[in-house]
Design a protein around this ligand. Sequence first.
Ligand SMILES: Cc1cc2nc3c(=O)[nH]c(=O)nc-3n(C[C@H](O)[C@H](O)[C@H](O)COP(=O)(O)OP(=O)(O)OC[C@H]3O[C@@H](n4cnc5c(N)ncnc54)[C@H](O)[C@@H]3O)c2cc1C
Length: 300
Amino acid sequence: MDRILKRLQQYCTIEYDKSFKNLTTFKIGGIAKYVIYPKDEFSLKSILDILNENNLAYKVFGHGSNLLCDDEIYEGFIIKLTRNMSNFYFADNELIAQAGCSIISLSYKASEKSLSGLEFASGIPGTLGGSIFMNAGAYNSSMSDIIDSVKVIRNNEIVWLSNSQCQFGYRSSVFLNNPDWIILEAKLILKPGNVADIKKLMKNRQQRRMASQPLNYPSAGSTFRNIGDIFAWKLIDEIGFRGKTVGGAAVSEKHTNFIINKGNAKAKDVVELSDQIIEIIKEKYGIEMIMEVEKFNWKN
Ligand SMILES: Cc1cc2nc3c(=O)[nH]c(=O)nc-3n(C[C@H](O)[C@H](O)[C@H](O)COP(=O)(O)OP(=O)(O)OC[C@H]3O[C@@H](n4cnc5c(N)ncnc54)[C@H](O)[C@@H]3O)c2cc1C
């Protein structure tokens, strides 16, 4: 392994034995043995060559705001683009940004340029890459509304995919079925707008989030997907789970589709709580709940 790490170090910084508590917004999980920060796109390509050549597992992390990591050690490599691959620029009403950019910060930068379209994302704590991966959205808008094209490393090749090639759907995209592809960059098309109106809308969205979401606790956002026009929070409320706890995990009193970490929650607490929700809703309504939060490094 020392020889491999030495080769990798030409292309990235490596941090060792980092807790997933510091790599996710849920603040839950075991240890990531290696966390690597590629220097740039070309370095990332060389890194993937080395990892693939040696059959080593890897996973790209954005801000870890949609991830529930197991309590165990992950022996593979976590790749983070947030440090060195987070540049962006505007060209008229286009925004070209690297995958490691914070989507919240891009939405504020766009507002400063009087560009509309990213207001919905101003409270989503992910990166551009993570937001494209799951077609993040809110208030009837989603990333697919503004994506023109996405640059990815796919099967060792760098290619641009058009919006339709990304196969966006409700919280889904082609990337979910191809977890070894890495999103590098995207071109977003925004619309000229009025700064005051854009800022007003963003403030309104922020106030709605603060009023309805438990932002003072660590979480990974909505736990379950809505089912058509049935809201997941409503079903969870109806089965009497508001405030229900398992270990350090709890269904939020404020928003029942948020499972929160009330302090030192284990991944298994969250899973036990969500499994109970899935089972009871299936029994009572015959509805199959689907997790929106992604479980990572789970052995079973
Ligand atoms: C308080 C709170 C509020 C939230 N509100 C919303 C909301 O309103 N709407 C919404 O949709 N989501 C919401 N979320 C969930 C989350 O913020 C989004 O899903 C976000 O898009 C995840 O981005 P990330 O960078 O954190 O991705 P991560 O959680 O780090 O990763 C998620 C997935 O994306 C993959 N991925 C990340 N980067 C790349 C890349 N460059 N290339 C390929 N794959 C990649 C990862 O491998 C992983 O499979 C919320 C979360 C929290 C904590």
